[in-house]
Design a binder for this molecule. Structure first.
Ligand code: 3HC
Ligand code: NAI
Length: 700
């Protein structure tokens, strides 16, 4: 044993070095030191003639230890370990027993030979962390696989099945025979010239230059706003244009350029945020999840249909209930059409379509739901209707069945209270389209049992969603914050900014679309009905929604009717600005005594984003979100907030909490009565800004 994270044993004349840094063999300092010690020991041992490096864990290695990126004494660095390996006078074989990612794959690339198992996948996912492979990956990979493959792997960061990388592996075998195969390869290499990946000659050609140009163009469009992907391409290009050592130096420079960006900080924050969201410290670790074998869904409309597809896709049978047969038939027909469309695009076979449809059964009788382990209600957003449904479910559902509501705004506790089992009631708030969007807000009611929450979190994974636990309040986390953003964009139009300008500023910030394009797409009538049912909320100052209200009342409810804030040509989703909307805004502003003026891009951005962030602090203060990073996960997966900004709370941290608080105060003081009401900086924001406490360490 060289170190607790590395073990070493001798098989005949071969030293087998095994990494065991649980859970994923992150190449932390301890593991790097352990590897250096083990390899040096094997090199100096006269009985040893070759070396195998493998792992005792299911994964070969997940690469550099991301938690070390924040600094500290990191020596020896990974390139040093890899240089020792590549320059070893004894042949070294990587036995890649499981996934090898980032530095983990770079380690394998520096070995003289690689063997792996048939179903394995490897990759260089650094781009998802806002960086690029920094331990020779961009220089060695293109020397072992075709340039286009290397480029694709490094720029996309996607895991790649080893079966398409057979140039890189000398042998692809079964898990059982991997170690024997590696030892065999090592022994056969004894006495032979030791190949070094870095010595393989590659050069730029005209044909390759075209591949690079195409990749650059494609990446600029696909990875809009991201810094690292273009740098990945530059680094791979260097492999073809420079000798190995110079290419390595160029890779190092580009790596540091990426590492020092807010984007890298944001994307690394997000990596941990996503994993932290799965943790609920208030629930005992040994809490058992309930078994979910059968699901029922009430309401086969837009959401009910999408939700049902998630379960059918995961092989879980679903009963769908509507009160009228016609509505049921319509709902099931929409689902079939969705699946058929996927089949037309080649994403599903016809057999898979039929298999998924066979898991969906319709009913108009509540008594058919008695065996369901989980029921999700997705009927109209009206408390009286929801209550009728839950009362009916309470009568027919078996003991222990979880009763969930997909409400986007209503009080989950009030719904739970109309049943005799509030401990079994929870909110499962899917986002539209429910079969596509990855986010699932899991709304914990006052009385929801821990095992119901645990089951819901587990279920989110089963249906390939990211579950985030939130508490009960109007709109929960996501919609409560988006309302603020919608309000501000509406008010800015009254103050003289055009919808298309606001949309462009938000798009350039990195969201997939601005608030007006989003509103038209979702339907302006949705917000209108919410406002009608919450008159008390807007009574204070209804100014910001006057334009939207006028449009809805004139039947301009958005894309579905070809006109909303924008106009749309028949069959087109491209928004066309409409001067008559500006006229409405001008007239309304005059009536309300709002002076129209030139507004800077910076003010537009700040006024849309900072109040949304401020609301995030209120949500944290109230304990509606468990932690700031959960809000980021909700925004990236539910609203398309750019991951290169890490989510709204990480963006606030990057800008500086004091700056956000100061700007809130500035608009509070400069926008008259409107500002006084809507721009009060959150107490928590001010408190954390003053104490300079990192948001990540805040706990209510
Ligand atoms: N560094 C530090 N911690 C890591 C890690 C890494 N590279 N990879 C995973 N972890 C941690 C996770 O945070 C998690 O911790 P937690 O239990 O405390 O939440 C734990 O390991 C298990 O991870 P997952 O839950 O993600 O485990 P899965 O089995 O679902 O997935 C995986 C395994 C596919 C390897 C996934 O963890 C992953 O994608 N990891 C990151 C891979 C990566 O990006 N590598 C590149 C690193 S940068 C690099 O190598 C730079 C180099 O070029 C110099
Ligand atoms: P929808 O109008 O498309 O579908 C509702 C369905 O419920 C209809 O098919 C209707 O026939 C059926 N229904 C109504 N009363 C019923 C009853 N008593 N019993 C059985 N079926 C009944 O509405 P949508 O958009 O699917 O919304 C459903 C729920 O999901 C609402 O609570 C809504 O707030 C929520 N939600 C909607 C989102 C969206 O973007 N549409 C996003 C997230 C949540």
């Amino acid at each position: 044993m060289v170190d607790s994270v590395v073990s070493q044993k001798t098989v005949s004349n071969v030293s087998v070095v095994s990494m065991a840094n649980a859970p994923v063999n992150a190449l932390s300092k301890a593991l790097r030191v352990g590897l250096i010690d083990a390899v040096n020991k094997a090199i100096s041992d006269t009985e040893i003639e070759a070396i195998v490096i493998t792992s005792d864990l299911p994964l070969f290695s997940a690469g550099a230890d991301i938690s070390e990126f924040s600094g500290g004494d990191l020596s020896p660095m990974l390139p040093e370990v890899l240089a020792l390996i590549e320059n070893s006078p004894k042949p070294i074989v990587a036995a890649v027993n499981g996934g090898a990612f980032g530095g983990g794959l770079e380690l394998a690339l520096a070995c003289h030979y690689r063997v792996t198992t048939e179903k394995n996948k490897v990759g260089l996912p650094e781009v998802h962390l806002g960086i690029l492979p920094g331990a020779g990956g961009t220089q060695r990979l293109p020397r072992l696989v075709p340039a286009a493959t290397a480029l694709q792997m490094i720029v996309s960061g996607a895991p790649t099945p080893v079966k398409v990388l057979n140039d890189m592996f000398i042998k692809i075998t079964t898990p059982e025979s991997l170690l024997d195969a590696a030892v065999d390869v090592a022994q056969q290499a004894i006495g032979e010239v030791i190949p070094a990946t870095s010595k393989i000659e590659i050069a730029m050609t005209e044909q390759l230059a075209t591949v690079f140009a195409q990749t650059e163009a494609h990446t600029a469009a696909k990875a809009r706003g991201f810094f690292a992907p273009a740098k990945c391409i530059d680094a791979v290009k260097a492999a073809f244009e420079l000798p190995f050592n110079e290419g390595l130096k160029r890779e190092g420079e580009l790596f540091m350029q990426c590492m020092n960006t807010p984007q890298a900080r944001a994307q690394q924050h997000f990596f941990f945020a996503e994993r932290a969201a799965a943790s609920i410290p208030s629930i005992a670790k040994d809490t058992k999840a309930r078994d979910i074998q059968q699901v029922a869904i009430i309401g086969a409309g837009t959401m009910g249909g999408g939700i049902a597809m998630n379960f059918a896709n995961a092989g879980i049978p679903v009963r769908m209930l509507e009160l009228e047969q016609a509505a049921l038939d319509k709902g099931l027909a929409v689902i079939r059409k969705n699946y058929e469309n996927s089949a037309k695009k080649g994403k599903l076979t016809q057999e898979q379509v039929e298999q998924r449809m066979s898991l969906l059964q319709g009913t108009t009788e509540y008594s058919d739901l008695s065996e369901a382990d989980l029921v999700i209600e997705a009927v109209f957003e009206k408390m009286s209707v929801k209550k009728q449904v839950f009362e009916a479910l309470d009568k027919v559902c078996k003991d222990g069945a979880i009763l969930a509501t997909n409400t986007s705004t209503l009080d989950v506790d009030e719904i739970a209270a109309c049943t005799s089992r509030p401990q079994d009631v929870i909110g499962l708030h899917f986002f539209s389209p429910a079969n596509v969007m990855k986010l699932l807000e899991i709304v914990r009611g006052e009385k929801t049992a821990d095992d119901v929450i645990k089951t819901s979190m587990k279920l989110a994974k089963t249906i390939r969603k990211v579950g985030v636990l939130v508490g009960v309040c109007f709109g929960f986390v996501g919609n409560r914050m988006i309302e603020v953003y919608g309000r501000e964009s509406g008010r800015l139009v009254l103050e003289g900014a055009t919808p298309e300008r606001i949309d462009k500023i938000i798009y350039d910030f990195g969201l997939p679309m601005g608030p007006f394009t989003m509103g038209d797409m979702a339907g302006l009538d949705i917000g209108y009905f919410v406002r009608q049912s919450r008159k008390a909320f807007i009574e204070h100052d209804p100014s910001y929604c006057t334009v939207a209200d006028e449009l809805v009342e004139a039947g301009r409810v958005g894309l579905k009717v070809g006109k909303g804030v924008y106009l749309y040509e028949q069959g087109s989703r491209t928004p066309i600005p409409d001067p008559s909307v500006i006229e409405i805004a001008q007239r309304r502003a005059k009536e309300l005594g709002i002076e129209q003026r030139q507004i800077s891009d910076q003010e537009i951005l700040e006024r849309c984003i900072y109040p949304l962030i401020n609301e995030g602090f209120e949500i944290l203060k109230e304990g509606i979100a468990q932690r700031a990073s959960d809000i980021d996960v909700i925004y990236v997966y539910g609203y398309g907030f750019p991951v290169h900004r890490g989510g709204p709370m990480q963006y606030a941290e990057e800008i500086g909490l004091q700056e956000i608080a100061d700007k809130m105060q500035h608009y509070h003081d400069s926008l008259g009565e409107y500002g006084k009401h809507w721009f009060k900086p959150s107490d928590l924001l001010v408190e954390l800004a003053q104490s300079k406490q990192a948001l990540a360490t805040y706990k209510k």
